[in-house]
Design a protein around this ligand. Structure first.
Ligand code: NDP
Length: 309
């Protein structure tokens, strides 16, 4: 029984060390080293190369080392009918909440626009906004959206959220499914996307949706690039319907140099780093799931296949 780590960044050794620090007798391998493929029962993956999950005849569990699992579904060669788990972690949720709060405050207090002016040597005071005047709408009230919603309520924002099922979060108005979307958008001044990327949510941030937001609304996408129709965002920023956008995720990452987002004054970009799994914080749930797998017990944070998240 052994774990293989499959990812294309430089963090394989970091994850291996963190796993071994908490369970020294564990057999854990990088997919790049020589390893006994028939012994692997769990793959710990993050944006693995297509095909890398195929050579394991006794694989029983695919564990994402992040919150998202879209990259696993996108790999046609990944074994079907195996359970998939994802990360649900307090630190990951708090980091996301802090990131979104920073982007919102930067917008309210014009820090994004002052930075642009500074680089041009322009001294131009601008009317600032107050927290109490703003309604934040969060698409997705799951592990991350719920944490953010609670924090924004504490800071004094009016907060509403949209999800598949009704939520009961103190101070947060809950809107549900297609019938609830229009009402939700009508009063949302800052829209935050924290949906998983699925068939149903791909391209959801499009012109039709943006038009339903009040004029001057601001859009934050920290979920996945596939949620956003890039040309629609540019059109709605350029015609003044939207006042700006904060983006952390893109269709192609790194974003190609020639992409129009790079030099757009109304777009504040970060390089898909809003919230990153902390190995020490996340490893206990990975090891717990490996032990549960060995003992045929129900897994933690298992993805519901029909829903795709
Ligand atoms: P969850 O699965 O916990 O939550 C998803 C939420 O979206 C749920 O509230 C769900 O509703 C709702 N939802 C899903 N599909 C629909 C739909 N079709 N219509 C309405 N509501 C829907 O996910 P997390 O909160 O853990 O993570 C969200 C995403 O954030 C991840 O999938 C990942 O892509 C992204 N992410 C980005 C990071 C970054 O650094 N930029 C870091 C970490 C995550 P219900 O509760 O009713 O099921």
């Amino acid at each position: 029984m052994a774990i293989v780590i499959i990812r294309q960044d430089d963090k394989i050794e970091l994850w291996k060390k963190a796993l071994l620090a908490q369970q020294p007798d564990l057999e854990v391998y990088s997919y790049l080293e020589k390893h006994p493929k028939e012994k692997i029962d769990m793959a710990l993956v993050w944006k693995h190369p297509n095909g890398a999950l195929a050579p394991y005849p006794n694989l029983k569990l695919i564990a994402s080392s992040g919150a998202g699992v879209d990259f696993i579904f996108e790999d046609d060669t990944a074994p079907k009918n195996l359970p998939i788990t994802r990360v649900v972690d307090d630190m990951l949720a708090k980091d996301m909440s802090e990131h979104v709060l920073a982007v919102i405050l930067s917008h309210l207090k014009n820090l994004d626009r002052y930075r642009v002016n500074q680089l041009k040597g322009i001294w131009q005071p601008m009317q600032y906004h107050r927290i109490s005047d703003f309604t934040i709408g969060i698409l997705g009230l799951g592990a991350l959206g719920k944490e953010l919603a609670g924090d924004l309520v504490k800071y004094g924002f009016k907060v509403q959220g949209w999800s598949n099922s009704q939520k009961n979060i103190q101070g947060v108005t809950s809107f549900v499914g297609e019938p609830g979307l229009g009402e939700f958008l009508k009063t949302t001044q800052i829209l935050v996307c924290l949906l998983p990327l699925t068939e149903a949510t791909t391209g959801i941030l499009n012109k039709e949706l943006f038009k339903q937001l009040p004029k001057g609304a601001f859009v934050i996408n920290v979920a996945r690039g596939g949620h956003l129709v890039d040309e629609d965002l540019l059109e709605m920023l350029n015609n003044g319907h939207l006042s700006g956008a904060g983006l952390d995720v893109y269709h192609q990452e790194p974003l190609p140099k020639e992409h129009a987002f790079w030099n757009h004054e109304k777009i504040q970009m970060t390089p898909h780093y809003a919230s990153v799994s902390d190995t020490d914080s996340v490893v206990p749930q990975i090891l717990e799931n490996h032990n549960r797998l060995l003992n045929n017990k129900p897994l933690l944070n298992e993805v519901v296949m029909d829903k795709g998240y």
